[in-house]
Ligand binder design. Structure first.
Ligand SMILES: Nc1ncnc2c1ncn2[C@@H]1O[C@H](COP(=O)(O)OP(=O)(O)OP(=O)(O)O)[C@@H](O)[C@H]1O
Length: 258
């Protein structure tokens, strides 16, 4: 089966007035359909750069990116991007915010509106369609952002720290909701997070990056018993703490000690 994402020897150099800096180098990465992969690593190792490249927002200086077997040359509806901030427009109602992606891609139809309303309901936002973002809590707003991302039916979702601005309880609830929603639809996802336990609880595979320049250092497969349950209960599964410590130790180890 064709992978949903393939990065072949991708590198990126940021060029500013003062310098050129190699942000990521020699990236080789394949993500299969239905897989949930997390990118973890120290600040500045290139996690956001990699997501921007996969989103088609940044053209890599070297190498190529394939999405569903096609070479990426810019943003595509096949890839949805969800960020830490929800970026809802305050002047649009919840439903109209959720419909934004469909509107921008010229796909507003009675059917797509009904599907989006159904998604809002699934996210516990029934009755909120005609109110405005400022009337919602942070967790609710992130759920609207998720609906907006899912409404265009992308095969791949890029999640850049989508829970980091939320309180702990809301974050755990949203992790379960997103995990269940993506699994039910067999969506593929790449998550960037600073929270290692979140990465283990949500993923099939964890990619540890090192910095200067950003490179893949190690990959960890999450055991089946952890993957099979939703994130909240995954944390209680046998082997969870062992994997946490294994990845943590690898993070602490400098790359020159490997
Ligand atoms: N627009 C830019 N211009 C110049 N350098 C940049 C730019 N964006 C990122 N960088 C540099 O590229 C490197 C990777 O940055 P990136 O934001 O991808 O890392 P990150 O792992 O997502 O960091 P964090 O965990 O802090 O969010 C860093 O050294 C950063 O300073």
């Amino acid at each position: 089966m064709v992978p949903v994402v393939e990065l072949n020897d991708v590198a990126h150099v940021y060029i500013t007035d003062r310098e050129a800096s190699l942000a990521v180098d020699h990236l080789q990465l394949t993500v299969s359909a239905g897989e949930f992969v997390s990118l973890v690593g120290p600040s500045g190792c290139g996690k956001t750069t990699i997501l921007s490249i996969i989103a088609g927002l940044l053209t890599p200086s070297h190498g190529e990116v394939l999405v569903n077997g096609h070479k990426l040359s810019g943003p595509t509806p096949e890839v949805g991007y969800m960020l830490q901030q929800d970026y809802l427009f305050p002047w649009r109602t919840i439903l109209n915010n959720a419909l934004l992606g469909l509107e921008l891609t010229g796909r507003i139809t009675p059917e797509s509106i009904a599907i989006t309303s159904g998604l809002l309901e699934e996210m516990g936002l029934q009755g909120k369609e005609n109110i405005y973002p400022q009337q919602l809590s942070g967790g609710m707003r992130q759920r609207v952002a998720l609906v907006r991302t899912l409404a265009t039916d992308p095969s791949l979702l890029l999640l850049d720290e989508p829970f980091s601005a939320l309180d702990y309880q809301t974050k755990l609830q949203l992790e379960d909701l997103i995990s269940r929603t993506l699994r039910e639809r067999n969506k593929t996802a790449v998550l960037v997070t600073h929270d290692l336990s979140e990465a283990i609880a949500m993923s099939d595979r964890i990619i540890l990056l090192g910095s200067n320049p950003g490179r893949i250092r190690r990959t960890f497969d999450v055991p089946r018993n952890i993957r099979e349950v939703l994130p909240f209960h995954a944390r209680d599964q046998e082997g969870f703490q062992d994997l946490f410590h294994e990845i943590w130790s690898a993070m602490e180890l400098r790359s020159d000690q490997e």
